[in-house]
Design a protein around this ligand. Structure first.
Ligand SMILES: [Zn+2]
Length: 143
């Protein structure tokens, strides 16, 4: 039992590092590239009311989408919706998302709540991977 748990913890640390590496900004960790997303676009794409309100309260009428930004907001951001409604090509997003999953090794990571956390760490890491895949495609399409 104890060995299993230590192995699980080690895997968790390793995978967290790999997720971090996979989601770090391209070209040496800046992730500085960005592309504008407006409140009007969200409304036009029929984003839900609470998401529109949160966007307006947080960013005003526009924001420059960067990898760093989506990572910060990954927990609140509906990436699946955004990929379908805000990207021109969902297939390219899905391919990139799958690549990042493979690169991070996240499929070997167990799901579960940490000792203190109220969120499953693996699901949280998956949200980050999805968010970065979205940001990279969004910027590539518009940048
Ligand atoms: Zn989970």
């Amino acid at each position: 039992m104890r060995d299993d748990r230590r192995e699980g913890e080690l895997m968790s640390v390793l995978t967290r590092w790999r997720v971090w590496r996979a989601t770090r900004g391209e070209g040496g960790g800046g992730g500085e590239a960005g592309a504008v997303l407006t409140l009007k676009e969200l409304r036009d794409a029929h984003a839900c009311g609470p998401q529109v309100d949160r966007f307006r309260e947080t960013f005003g009428d526009r924001v420059v989408v960067t990898e760093a930004l989506v990572l910060r907001w990954a927990r609140w951001f509906d990436v699946q919706w955004a990929a379908r409604r805000l990207l021109g090509g969902v297939a390219a997003y899905t391919a990139l998302y799958d690549d990042l999953r493979r690169e991070s090794g996240i499929d070997q990571m167990k799901h579960g709540y940490g000792e203190t956390g109220d969120q499953c760490e693996t699901c949280e890491a998956e949200r980050k991977i999805a968010a970065v895949a979205f940001a990279r495609r969004f910027i590539a399409e518009r940048g």
